[in-house]
Design a protein around this ligand. Structure first.
Ligand SMILES: C[S@@+](CC[C@H](N)C(=O)[O-])C[C@H]1O[C@@H](n2cnc3c(N)ncnc32)[C@H](O)[C@@H]1O
Length: 406
């Protein structure tokens, strides 16, 4: 492997999850270096911004109105996959032609998500990318005088985004790519601190929740990024990465798979008041599984947002009592100050979450059968059922907790 120096001679071979990395027959003791790569061989936004296409993309639009940082990397990836002379062609050409993330699923599979938050997330993510393609690609093609023809139609950019989302690592693994102030990662718009980097070879490791592996940052501009095993791996076993504590919604969105009974599951509650043009969004709040150590089921920001509704009403009504004549108050402790929780907030949240639970209760029995894969379900059907079961479970637990608070 030209890219990395696998200190422990990992073997790349088919695994149940596409390709994966496997330990040598002698096994790998905890503390061993698994693999490392020179940061000069990674794909980053900064590097993509310095290619002829990147320079053109940045120069073609007025300051502040050019492509977001991530889009520069996607353009570079799409062009590099098509061009054998591109520095990263070997890596890009080795990536899956059909990435597994849910936004890339064909319409027949996307229909499995109907009515879920993930369906809305996929639609929003695809719409945002299509808007960037429509806004920036025609000008780049016109200015490139035929040099960037491989980008025509945007198919390569859609492929690049899917691969990027399922394989990116934090830019902070490389010095100078993140955390060095505005513009460090190149690009014109967008939130650069969220922009990732690609690590050829290192991205072949699949995910196991709780896998113990350490990522070591490059200690200089051209230093090496390394992965070190923090637990023993037996001979011939698959070596796993740990993609982080992600809910099934996040896993499906970026990687296209889900975990059964995922302890990191969450329900994304988009909360707003009023309708039509009057609607005011209060925010999106993550409701977590109950009973998981160290995890708050309801974030304090949610209680604060709910309380703000009643505070406004109280002010309008001239103060004391508030909506529903006031009520007893409990407290949600910890963090930056306790949040006083009133009966009104609990009742409102209970009514909202009970409504959100109904569709998951209706399909509960079918989802549980499908999740177990007992009827020959496809992997995607089973993964969506795991996601739906998790959404229902989180909501059911939340409803129980709220009822107990009344
Ligand atoms: C970073 S890549 C890992 C390498 C990939 N298996 C390949 O063949 O190129 C992430 C992708 O691997 C697959 N994958 C990784 N971990 C998985 C898991 N625990 N269950 C199912 N699929 C997994 C998913 O398709 C995911 O989008």
């Amino acid at each position: 492997m030209a890219y990395a120096s696998p200190a422990t001679s990992l073997t790349i071979a088919p695994s149940p999850f596409g390709l994966g990395a496997f330990a040598p027959a002698a096994g790998i003791p905890a503390g061993s270096l698994l693999c490392s790569i020179s940061s000069s061989l990674c794909m980053t936004v900064g590097r993509s911004a310095r290619t002829p296409l990147g320079r053109l993309a940045l120069a073609a639009f007025p300051p502040g109105r050019g492509p977001p940082a991530e889009f520069l990397l996607l353009l570079d990836m799409a062009l590099g996959r098509a061009d054998p002379a591109h520095r990263d062609h070997a890596f890009l050409a080795s990536l899956p032609a059909k990435p597994a993330d849910a936004p890339s699923w064909p319409a027949c599979d996307r229909r499995l998500l109907a009515g879920t938050n993930l369906a809305a997330g996929c639609a929003a993510s695809s719409a945002a990318l299509e808007a960037d393609i429509a806004r920036f690609l025609p000008a780049l093609l016109a200015l490139g005088s035929g040099k960037f023809g491989a980008l025509r139609g945007g198919k390569g950019i859609r492929w690049a985004r899917a691969c990027y989302r399922s394989r990116r690592f934090p830019a902070s693994l490389i010095q100078g790519e993140a955390g060095d102030g505005p513009g460090a990662a190149g690009g014109d718009g967008g939130d650069e601190k969220d922009v990732g980097i690609l690590l050829p070879f290192m991205d072949l490791l699949n995910h196991r929740r709780g896998a113990k592996i350490e990522w070591e940052k490059a200690d200089s501009d051209d230093g090496r990024i390394s992965f070190r095993a923090s637990e023993d791996v037996r001979g011939g076993e698959e070596v796993f990465n740990n993609y982080g504590s992600k809910s099934n919604e996040e896993l499906l969105m970026c990687y296209g798979f889900a975990l059964r009974d995922n302890p990191d599951d969450a329900y994304r509650l988009k909360l707003g008041v009023g309708g039509g043009e009057e609607r005011v969004e209060l925010g999106v709040f993550s409701i977590r599984r109950g009973g998981v150590e160290g995890v708050e089921q309801f974030p304090k920001a949610l209680w604060r947002a709910l309380a703000s509704l009643y505070e406004e009403e109280e002010e309008e009504e001239g103060g004391e009592g508030g909506a529903g004549g006031g009520g007893e108050e409990g407290g949600v402790e910890g963090g930056e100050g306790d949040v006083a929780v009133g009966i009104e907030e609990v009742e409102l949240l209970l009514a909202t979450l009970s409504r959100r639970l109904e569709p998951f209760d209706e399909t509960r029995a079918a989802d549980e059968i499908c999740e177990r894969g007992e009827r020959g379900e496809t992997q995607r059907e089973a993964a969506v059922a795991m996601y739906r079961c998790g959404q229902g479970e989180v909501l059911r637990q939340a409803v129980q907790t709220l009822k107990a608070m009344l």
